[in-house]
Design a protein around this ligand. Structure first.
Ligand SMILES: [Zn+2]
Length: 293
């Protein structure tokens, strides 16, 4: 069954209003919206009659993840991601956790929110990563992404790392300050993270996103999301949980990278090297003013 394209939500008034708006705006039949009380203020889960899609949003009073600073608050968000992933995974094959921040990345709703879309199909990107990781294990006998983490450890493309996590500007990055967040030990999905890994992930996210905000002294726009093993009954030992952070800014708070011309028609190109990007992110203090040059 094909996944239904779902909208960017315009209203978080209440569950009924949200369901009505979805049904009207997208001609969806039998939209059911449920308010789930969680550790974040409100969590809505929307299920469509197509039976192939669930959308969950979690609005908050304050700016979402990027401006949550205390790690305990980010920790609650991580717990929510994990809990909802486990629950949605009982019914859906692919659970996509993500957040869009800023108009530059298409976040038309200024009210901060994150989303989880879950569906029966394995999306193109997920299928490609599934095949690559499976192939690497069959050839090398080791995890593709854990091998990559080992290759990058202590190197010039690393932005943040601790015992549990590595944040790196991957050599294949397309966006100027694109990063990849990977646990340093085998983890298939968000619910598999233990308490210590969640705590250290919260610290890593606060540090990374703080550095990004201070890079151009602006709330850094981005699209960030997690890739995790599909839920389809098969073994997915080859899968390694990871997050992609795609920010569009290039030279300042207002100068962004555009994918046009040669890049769009022929081949992607970088404007700065991954090593330069990582160095610049490392050179910014995470929690305060910029570091001295
Ligand atoms: Zn991925």
């Amino acid at each position: 069954m094909e996944p239904v394209t779902l909208p960017i939500l315009k209203s978080f008034l209440n569950a009924d209003a949200l369901a009505r708006w979805l049904a009207d705006a997208y001609a969806l039949a039998d939209v059911r919206c449920q308010l789930i009380k969680g550790t974040i203020r409100d969590v809505y889960r929307v299920t469509t009659s197509a039976d192939s899609f669930v959308l969950m949003i979690y609005p908050t009073e304050r700016s979402f993840l990027a401006t949550f600073r205390p790690t305990v608050e980010v920790g609650r968000v991580i717990d929510l991601w994990a809990d909802q992933t486990a629950e949605l995974g009982e019914r859906w094959r692919w659970v996509q956790v993500f957040e869009n921040r800023g108009e530059a990345m298409g976040a038309s709703n200024p009210h901060p929110h994150g989303q989880i879309w879950a569906g029966a199909a394995l999306p193109v990107e997920a299928a490609r990563e599934d095949a690559s990781q499976r192939r690497h294990v069959s050839v090398a006998g080791t995890s593709l992404l854990l091998d990559y983490v080992r290759q990058e450890t202590g190197g010039p493309r690393v932005v943040v790392e601790n015992d549990d996590w590595q944040v790196v500007v991957p050599f294949w990055a397309i966006w100027p300050f694109e990063t990849l967040i990977v646990p340093t030990s085998p983890v298939g999905r968000l619910p598999d993270l233990d308490r210590g890994q969640r705590r250290s992930l919260a610290a890593v996210l606060v540090e990374l996103l703080g550095r990004c905000d201070r890079l151009f002294d602006t709330p850094f726009p981005y699209s960030m999301g997690w890739h995790q093993a599909p839920f389809d009954g098969d073994r997915h030992d080859h899968w390694q949980l990871h997050a992609h952070v795609y920010p569009p800014l290039l030279r300042s708070a207002t100068v962004r990278k555009f994918m046009v011309g040669y890049e769009l028609l022929s081949e992607r190109q970088r404007d700065i090297t991954p090593e330069d990007a990582a160095e610049r992110l490392r050179a910014v203090r995470a929690g305060g003013e910029r570091a001295a040059p």
